[in-house]
Design a protein around this ligand. Structure first.
Ligand code: ATP
Length: 590
C-alpha cells in the first residue's frame, strides 16, 4: 500500500480538530487498507510501532534526524536548524528543505507503508555504539525516496511529535464504521481494547473477521488488561449511599500497582500505566511461583516497601529507589517489599473478568499461598458506617492511605473508573484535601534562595477529549531544597524550544517542557479562572478552572504517564461536589 495514502490522510487530519471529520477521514483510509497491514497503520497513526507495553522505542535524537535531513536534501545542518527554530516543527522543516530540492530533481520511487514501517522497526532495533550512524542512514534512505510531505510525517513519527488530536476512541469509532458498518459497535471494540491494550490487534481482528472476531476477543497472558479505577468518596456515608447495604472494604496500601502475567516459568510485570516493569522487581520473579496454586495467571497486587524487622509498611517513595538501570539487586536487598494480591483476571485458560468480585476474591484466596512475601490484601465485609470507620482506623494505623471499597456482586470493568470501586482516604475528609496528579508543562526561574533553580512550576490536567494539557495552576509551595535540585535536573532533559502544541496555557512560562513528568498536588479549593484553561468554557464561558493554594506533596509520580494525570472531567466533578458542600453548609447555617 502506498505510504502517500497514509500521509495524505494525516495531512487532511492536521487541518481539522472536528471529531466527526477526523473519523470520516480515518474510515476512508481504513477501507483502503489491506487487513494484513492495518495493525501497523493504526500504530503509525498513534505515532508508535507497537503497543506501549512492548517498549519498542525509536530512540532517535533530534540531532540525528537533522543530520539525515541534511544528507538527503544536500543542505547544511545549520540551515535545517534555522528552519526548525523558526517553525518549531522538525517535520515541517524537513518538508520545506526537501521541497526546494525536489524542484530540481525527480522522484524515482514510490514508498510503501510496508517499507516505512519495516525501516522504522529496524531503526528501533538498532543498539550499540555505531547505531546512531546506522539510524541516520536508514532515515536518510527513506527521505530520499519520499515526497516532501511524506518525509515531514516520517520525521514527526520518528521524533515522537505526531499529534493529531485523535484519541484512541476516535480510531475505534472509525474501525467500527469501516468494518462493521455501524458506530454502535464501538463499545465492543473498546471492550476488546481494554482487555488487550493493543489497538493494532483489535483493528486486525475486526478488519479480518468483523464484529464476531471482536465479540470472541479473549484476555491473554502477556497482553496487559487496562486497570479498573476507583472514584473518590469523602465519607463512609457517601460510600454507603453509592454502594448499598453490604460491600467489601480492603486496605488501600501505598505502593505500586503491579499486574502479574504468569505462564509457567515466564513472568512479566506491568505497571499502572502498563509499562513493562519486570526489571525493577527481580525478587517477585524469583519468589512468587512458590506461592501460587496455578500455572497460567493474570493477577493484580500492590507491591509495598516494608521494614523487614517490624513488618511495617513504608511510604511509596521508598519503592522509587528501585527505578534504576544499574544496581537493582542492591536496591532489592535495601528496600524489601511484600506483594499484596487484590484481584485475579485470568486462571488456566479462563478469563475471570465477568465473575463477581466475591467470586474472584474466593478464587484468589484459593490461588495464593500466603507467606512472608506474598500476601492477600486484608479485606472485611462491612455493613454499617461504624464498621467502615473501624476498618479505616485500623488501616491508617498500619500505615495505609485509606480504604478501597468494592461492590460484591459486580464484575471487573477493565479500563473504567466508576462507582463499582470507591477510594476513601483520610485526607479527603477535610477541605478539598484531595490529591491530584498533574503534569509539569513549564517553569519560572527562582529568585533569592531559589536563584539558579526553578521558583515555581506550571501544571496541567489532561483533557482526554482533545488529547491536550490545559494549565490549571502555578505551584511554588511544598518544595524542599532537595526537591528543587531534583526538579532542575529531571526537567533539564524535557526543555523544548517552543511550547509543545498539546499544551494550552494563558501564561507565558520562562521555560517550557515536554509534558511528561507527573507530580502530586494538594489544594484547598477549585475556583473559576480567567487565565487557566482546564475545563475552559464548561462552567462559565471564557473561564477555566484553577487550584487555590496548591502545594507539592513531595511525591513525583514516575509510574504515571501524562495521559494518566487527573483529567478535566475529574476536576469538573470535584468542582461540582465542592459546590454542593458549600450549598449544604449554607443551608445548615440558614
Ligand atoms: P488512579 O485512581 O487513577 O489509579 P491513583 O493511583 O492516584 O490514581 P489512588 O488514589 O492511588 O489513585 O488509588 C488507586 C490505586 O490504589 C490503585 O491504582 C492501586 O495502585 C492502589 N491500591 C492500593 N490498595 C488497593 C486495593 N486494595 N485495591 C485496588 N487498588 C489498590
Amino acid at each position: 500500500m502506498k505510504f502517500s495514502l497514509v500521509a495524505g490522510t494525516l495531512k487532511i487530519m492536521e487541518s481539522t480538530t472536528k471529531r466527526l471529520e477526523l473519523t470520516s477521514h480515518l474510515v476512508d483510509l481504513f477501507k483502503k487498507t489491506p487487513s494484513e497491514i492495518i495493525a501497523n497503520v493504526v500504530y503509525l497513526l498513534q505515532g508508535k510501532l507497537r503497543p506501549d507495553h512492548e517498549g519498542v522505542e525509536l530512540g532517535v535524537a533530534e540531532k540525528i534526524a537533522i543530520r539525515a535531513i541534511s544528507k538527503s536534501a544536500g543542505v547544511p545542518v545549520k540551515k535545517i536548524e534555522h528552519e526548525y527554530h523558526e517553525g518549531g516543527d522538525l517535520g515541517q522543516a524537513a518538508s520545506k528543505v526537501l521541497e526546494e530540492k525536489t524542484q530540481t530533481t525527480f522522484l524515482t520511487q514510490t514508498i510503501t507503508v510496508e517499507r516505512v514501517y519495516d525501516t522504522l522497526y529496524k531503526i528501533a532495533e538498532l543498539k550499540g555504539a555505531r547505531s546512531q550512524d546506522m539510524k541516520m542512514k536508514y532515515i536518510s534512505s527513506l527521505l530520499n525516496d519520499a515526497s516532501p510531505s511524506e518525509a515531514g510525517f516520517i520525521l514527526k513519527i520518528i521524533t515522537g511529535s505526531l499529534r493529531l488530536g485523535i484519541a484512541d476512541y476516535t480510531i475505534m469509532d472509525a474501525l467500527a464504521i469501516a468494518f462493521t458498518g455501524s458506530k454502535e459497535n464501538r463499545e465492543a471494540l473498546e471492550k476488546a481494547y481494554n482487555v488487550s491494550s493493543d489497538l493494532g490487534k483489535v483493528a486486525a481482528a475486526v478488519a479480518k473477521d468483523g464484529i464476531n472476531a471482536i465479540k470472541n476477543f479473549k484476555v491473554s497472558v502477556f497482553s496487559p488488561v487496562r486497570p479498573m479505577l476507583a472514584e473518590r468518596v469523602k465519607s463512609a456515608e457517601e460510600a454507603r449511599e453509592k454502594m448499598g447495604s453490604e460491600f467489601a472494604a480492603e486496605y488501600k496500601l501505598d505502593g505500586e500497582r503491579v499486574q502479574l502475567h504468569i505462564l509457567g516459568e515466564k513472568i512479566v510485570l506491568y505497571s499502572r500505566s502498563l509499562e513493562n516493569i519486570t526489571n525493577y522487581y527481580p525478587d517477585i520473579v524469583e519468589k512468587i511461583s512458590k506461592s501460587l496454586n496455578a500455572k497460567q495467571l493474570i493477577l493484580e497486587a500492590e507491591a509495598v516497601a516494608v521494614n523487614e524487622d517490624t513488618g511495617e509498611f513504608l511510604a511509596f517513595q521508598e519503592l522509587m529507589h528501585r527505578r534504576r538501570k544499574y544496581g537493582i539487586h542492591k536496591a532489592v536487598s535495601q528496600y524489601p517489599i511484600t506483594v499484596n494480591f487484590f484481584d485475579v483476571m485470568y486462571v488456566d485458560g479462563k478469563s475471570c473478568l465477568d465473575l463477581a468480585y466475591k467470586e474472584r476474591r474466593k478464587l484468589l484466596e484459593n490461588i495464593i499461598r500466603e507467606d512472608s512475601f506474598a500476601k492477600l490484601m486484608p479485606m472485611t465485609i462491612v455493613k454499617t458506617n461504624n464498621e467502615v470507620e473501624d476498618v479505616l482506623e485500623n488501616a491508617i494505623n498500619t500505615g495505609c492511605e485509606g480504604l478501597m471499597l468494592k461492590q460484591l456482586d459486580l464484575p471487573y470493568r477493565a479500563g473504567a473508573r466508576g462507582s463499582n470501586w470507591l477510594k476513601l482516604k483520610r485526607e479527603y475528609r477535610n477541605e478539598l484535601g484531595d490529591s491530584l496528579d498533574l503534569v509539569v508543562i513549564g517553569a519560572f526561574f527562582g529568585r533569592g534562595r531559589r536563584t539558579g533553580r526553578y521558583g515555581a512550576l506550571l501544571l496541567a490536567t489532561y483533557d482526554d477529549q482533545t488529547d491536550t494539557f490545559p494549565s490549571i495552576c502555578k505551584v511554588g509551595t511544598g518544595f524542599t531544597d532537595e526537591n528543587l535540585d531534583q526538579f532542575y535536573q529531571i526537567l533539564s532533559d524535557k526543555i523544548t524550544l517552543k511550547k509543545n502544541p498539546r499544551i494550552n496555557s494563558g501564561l507565558e512560562a520562562d521555560v517550557w517542557f515536554e509534558p511528561e513528568l507527573v507530580i502530586e498536588i494538594l489544594a484547598s479549593e477549585i475556583t473559576l479562572s480567567p487565565i487557566h484553561k482546564t475545563a475552559i468554557d464548561v462552567i462559565r464561558k471564557g473561564s477555566g478552572l484553577a487550584l487555590r493554594f496548591p502545594k507539592f506533596t513531595g511525591r513525583i509520580r514516575f509510574e504515571k504517564t501524562p495521559e494518566n494525570a487527573t483529567t478535566d472531567q475529574e476536576i469538573i466533578s470535584l468542582y461540582n461536589g465542592q459546590k454542593r458542600v458549600v450549598q449544604d453548609e449554607r443551608q445548615n447555617y440558614i
